[in-house]
Design a protein around this ligand. Sequence first.
Ligand code: GLU
Length: 463
Amino acid sequence: MRTPTTEAGPARGQTPRLDGKLETIRATLLRRNPGEEEFHQAVDDVLATVGPVAARRPEYAEAKLLERICEPERQIIFRVPWTDDRGEVHINRGYRVEFNSALGPYKGGLRFDRSVNASIMKFLGFEQVFKNALTGMPIGGAKGGADFDPKGRSDGEVMRFCQSFMTELHRHLGEHTDVPAGDIGVGQRELGYLFGQYKRITNRYESGVLTGKGLAWGGARVRREATGYGCAYFVAEMLAARGTSFDGRDVVVSGAGNVALSAIEKAQQLGGHVIACSDTSGYVHDPRGLDVELLTQVKEVERADLAEYARRRGDGARHVAGGSAWAVPCHVALPCATQNELSGADARRLVQGGVVAVAEGANMPCTPDAVRAFRDAGVAFGPGKAANAGGVATSALEMQQNASRDSWTFEHTERRLVEIMRDIHAACRDTAAEYGAPGDYAAGANIAGFVRVADAMLALGLI
Ligand code: GLU
């Protein structure tokens, strides 16, 4: 046994002291995926917690299930050429990592962001496999995207990019094969252009091939809000398990995109007092409580930054340029921006400030050091795989509605979301207790997700 000190760093929340077998799996993965730090980090997080399963289920080891789960079923990398408004040619790189289809068609979002590379795609695809399994819905795991940044691009440029991207990707998709959705940089505008091009090329109005669609063209109510709402509901469950609630608690949310805005709205409805959020310009501290309507107007409609929100809101609202929202003490912290945005130092500061619950609205926003600090301090920690699973779960509800050519009400769909988040919370809590890690939602999420996928893989044979 050794404490790994390679580029992957320690697993989230604990230094992985892996037994010989797990250590061999890890060493092989590092060798075969060199330099892919985010992917290593996501795998380490799982390897550090699934040891007790291996001991109980020897048939998993025999079938090399962990090794198979860590290897994507298929990885597609392609050229995306397009022209900007001045006629200049650009070349981007597109990806789709179809990670696992044991439970259903590949399912997961598309991210358009400058930071996109093979490591980020694989970490997100890997996380998605476990997350989707936790929802209890029949969906496999995938992720895709491109190193294209829609910010500052005209509608025409975004449309031409999306059309070029889909011209290649369409041959890999299908409602029973692979069903993308949005993620960072891919919202309803982008999904509309992607769906339009898919429809044109295939000559099929195949609504179930994408989720997160607009309501006018096959979308489902609550999908837009689902990730943020689900995250707030997950926190409510964690707080209730400790005999408390959101009531009167100060909440800080990082980010100001779709997930953050919905998390803020629902946290407020559940009684929380949300006092800060952030974007690439810095953060805004609004001690009276954030005005979601104004926030939505500034961020979604005007696509302006939080300095504009503070200027219009006045009366104590303060914009701190370049600062991190984690400087603001709170009881509940919801990182909803991007991976590795909340460091160990941030976590220790939050603990000192009295944080009692943290839930990841984004994928892997807390560094391993941060998760360790929360765990050591006894903070309730909801990992992204569980806490932000409401988005993809509602995507699966959208697929159900598309398949039956039905359209559910907001109330009905939100009730389903609440039930799903309750079930995910219970699965994480019960599994953690069953495997000797009571209160450790991260371990519970990894083990429960792993067992669901592993059992299906076993049943399907060596494929
Ligand atoms: N991108 C979202 C996630 O990280 C949603 C995926 C989906 O709805 O397919 O889970």
